[in-house]
Design a protein around this ligand. Structure first.
Ligand code: CTP
Length: 490
């Protein structure tokens, strides 16, 4: 696993940070109230790594809500949102979200996320955080201002690229099992290693993920999918035993069966490679999801056919039909994002299938028609899907892919079918034959669409009008108004 070397730890990045108005005000209020306050967690981690961060967490050894309100008043900040049950408060400062909490001893009770609020020291608070790299605190009060408090060697772990829990990992994970997924998420985003005892504890406690809500799980999963090299996360999810808890269809892709000396590729590793390939070209989360799901129905469609070897007939359609169920279970959006993923899964073989035969204009036109504005995304997925280890084959596929790409451009310029609008409307047909809405209208429109996509007529009204009249007559309709009206010429 490659470390993401774009991040280096540099303590000098802490210099001057406490001079910003928020921390000056927070320190002033802390002195006045006689409490100790610290900035802590992801903000400090990202500061040391030189990563931008728009969430600032502040902990005080007192009532976090009262302290937050006093700091907000000092800054003339806007509304303070209070979460009484969690003992936290939050306000916005420009586009920065500032969250306050009182240091606590205990965190969550075993079977729910309900925190038990028992006041504690900064050390207690650090101890009950998820990872050493997230438990770094910077004091705001004058006496030790800016002197990093790092009882669990978080800086050392940041420098070495290690994810490790502050307490024994079984305790940290039983406080909040989502942290097992967070460990993998941070390892993926930062290219860090998960310390062996921490990883073994994840393997041991994997089934405790079952008490976590689908929303919290998909939030972390989306961050893994959105990372620069998402395959790192999927391998860890698989090896840790977490993946099967919430995404068994993906685990089913694992394995390469062999019969009579004929094997097929391991579709799990193929899928995550396709995902990495897509990630190099697009940050679009839903295109990345399409990569995750493009072959999801392969296990359910796998056959061994005499003379042909392994086949996965119809896996693209079956896969597309599986998408809504998977999205629903994971509580992912069921609107146009889901429909986009479904469409890409359904179409993912189409561009490359074209290359198996002669690439005709009409086949390209049909592809453009079906993909519409998603054609560019589809082509990214399609190219990413070329993962053959056979270099000669890979080269041939890539050359064919380029040919399809060129043809797409050519046909689109010539025929503009990407967002096809029928040149003849239903109203045109009703007017020409003086008929009410009926099936014949749809039939005539299909004939016109097919004629355009097949290249038999131009994509315009002048060419489509006579065909409409001809088709109507074939269906036994009488022409009442044969003149081409102004209509919706495209
Ligand atoms: N935290 C924790 N256990 C969790 C979630 C959060 O201990 N299950 C603590 C960590 O100290 C973390 C801090 O709360 O740094 C803030 O959490 P969050 O905002 O969720 O994550 P960040 O670490 O800030 O990372 P990111 O912004 O990338 O989500």
């Amino acid at each position: 696993m490659a470390r993401d070397t774009s991040y280096t730890v540099d303590a000098s990045r802490l210099h001057g940070v406490l001079d910003q108005p928020l921390f000056v005000a927070a320190a002033k209020v802390a002195e006045r109230m006689g409490v100790k306050a610290y900035t802590i967690g992801g903000y400090v981690r990202d500061l040391l790594l030189g990563k931008p961060c728009k969430d600032i967490d502040i902990v005080c050894e007192a009532d976090g809500i009262a302290y937050a309100q006093a700091v907000a008043q000092e800054l003339n900040a806007g509304h303070v949102h209070v979460f009484k049950n969690f003992g936290t408060a939050m306000f916005m400062l420009g586009d920065v979200q500032v969250e306050f909490v009182g240091a606590r001893k205990e965190s969550y009770s075993r079977n729910s996320r309900k925190p038990e609020v028992v006041p504690g020291t900064i050390r207690d608070d650090q101890e009950r955080r998820d990872f050493t790299i997230n438990a770094l605190a910077i004091p705001l009060n004058a006496e030790d201002r800016g002197q990093l408090v790092d009882p669990f060697y978080g800086v050392h772990d940041l420098e070495r690229g290690i994810i490790r829990t502050p307490l024994a990992p079984d305790i940290t994970f039983s406080d909040d099992p989502l942290r097992m997924l967070r460990a993998i998420r941070f390892a993926t985003q930062l290219g860090f290693f998960i310390d062996a005892p921490t990883f073994e504890a994840i393997q041991r406690n994997a089934e405790r993920l079952d008490i976590i809500s689908a929303e919290r799980i998909h939030t972390e999963l989306n961050k893994i999918i959105g990372a620069p090299v998402p395959s790192i996360g999927f391998k860890l999810l698989l090896d840790s035993g977490l993946l099967v808890r919430f995404f068994p269809e993906m685990v089913d892709l694992l394995g390469a069966e062999e019969k009579f000396g004929i094997g097929h590729k391991d579709n799990f590793y193929h899928t995550i490679q396709v995902l990495d390939n897509v990630a190099k070209h697009s940050d679009d989360l839903w295109l990345r999801w399409a990569a995750v799901l493009h072959d999801i129905a392969k296990p359910r469609t796998k056959r061994f056919e005499q003379g042909r070897g392994w086949t996965f007939h119809g896996h693209e359609d079956k896969g597309a039909r599986m998408v809504p169920g998977i999205f629903r279970r994971m509580k992912l959006p069921l609107d146009e994002q889901m429909r986009f993923v479904k469409k890409l899964v359904a179409l993912h073989l189409r561009p490359i299938a074209l290359t198996k035969e002669e690439v005709t204009d009409s086949a390209v036109r049909r592809l453009l028609f079906d993909a519409g504005d998603d054609i560019d995304a589809l082509m990214i997925l399609c190219k990413a899907d070329i993962t053959s280890k056979n270099e000669a084959r890979k080269k041939r596929y890539l050359a064919n892919y380029e040919l399809v790409l060129e043809k797409l451009k050519e046909v689109e310029e010539k025929d503009r079918v990407r967002n096809f609008q029928p040149p003849i409307t239903g109203e045109d047909i009703m007017g020409a034959f003086n008929i009410p809405p009926c099936k014949a209208i749809g039939d005539i429109k299909t004939v016109i669409k097919d004629a355009i996509l097949d290249g038999r007529i131009h994509n315009d009204r002048a060419a489509a009008w006579p065909l409409m009249l001809e088709e109507g007559k074939k269906l036994g309709l009488t022409v009442v108004n044969g003149m081409e009206g102004p209509g919706s010429s495209s």
